[in-house]
Design a protein around this ligand. Structure first.
Ligand SMILES: *[C@@H]1O[C@H](CO)[C@@H](O)[C@H](O)[C@H]1NC(C)=O
Length: 245
């Protein structure tokens, strides 16, 4: 089965269950959950399933998603800024930020690998090219041969240009960012390069570099499932046993 047809059948099954639920709801009025409550849960599930399908389309891993978590009604920029480590975080800040959510060093390394897909704006790493310590210098931890390549893409003060995180393979879910680029000191973000600054994180990056990411998919999947459980309180868990057949 191709990943595309897998996604389609997955989504059809899920919509089938939703319709089934609606028809049951008309017959039986004793359901504890209101439709709006249910729809909210479904919105979250839909998001997760589609995300999963995107990973599959990019030749990425597959994982079983635990159901029943209720998502927030709103997304707040400030919460993201205060909970996520910034792209210029050093290793101490990265470790502290992950540890605050119950994540160990190994998981920190595996989660960073989400950067294998997508782009980064020039401004999140341009200080590493032009003015690292405020003296018009470059980040000495970067491969000096790679800096001209990035400078060509990002002129000083550029706030709009996007650069592929893993040039050439930014649309494919692979081990390139963490293993190939970071070990060659060609990670764009300071927070990626910082993984080489600590004995434990460096060991994980190097181990995977030599293994060519052989456990990459499995570990990434496990971390993503773990991520879906961060900060979920028991009171907010929805019991889906009654409605999902
Ligand atoms: C480099 O950074 C310093 C300190 O933040 C600043 O004063 C200076 O203007 C910057 N230089 C350039 C070329 O942006």
């Amino acid at each position: 089965m191709t990943t595309g047809s897998f996604c389609l059948s997955y989504i059809s099954v899920y919509f089938g269950l939703f319709i089934l639920f609606l028809t049951k709801l008309q017959r039986e009025t004793l359901y504890r959950l209101s439709v709006s409550y249910f729809v909210e849960v479904i919105n979250f599930l839909e998001l997760i399933m589609i995300c999963k399908c995107i990973y599959l389309q990019l030749n990425g891993p597959f994982w079983i998603v635990p159901l029943g978590r209720r998502d927030e009604r709103v997304s707040l920029l400030n919460e993201a800024l205060s909970n996520l480590p910034p792209p210029f975080a050093n290793i101490a800040r990265l470790k502290a930020s992950f540890a605050a959510k119950g994540w160990n060093t190994k998981e920190l390394v595996y989660k960073r690998r989400g950067h294998t897909i997508g782009n980064a704006h020039c401004f999140v790493f341009s200080s590493r090219l032009y003015n690292f310590t405020g003296k018009g210098d470059k980040d000495p931890s970067s491969d000096p041969k790679y800096i001209p390549f990035l400078k060509k893409k990002c002129k000083p003060g550029d706030v709009t240009t996007l650069v592929e995180m893993t040039p050439g393979t930014f649309k494919s879910f692979d081990e390139a960012y963490c293993y190939t680029l970071i070990t060659k000191r060609r990670g764009h973000l300071q927070s990626g390069a910082a993984l080489l600054d600590d004995r434990q994180t460096r060991a994980h990056v190097k181990l995977q570099a030599t293994a060519h990411g052989s456990t990459f998919f499995k570990d990434f999947a496990a971390c993503t499932v773990k991520l879906s459980k961060v900060g979920v309180s028991q009171e907010r868990l929805v019991k889906l046993g009654d409605i999902v057949l």
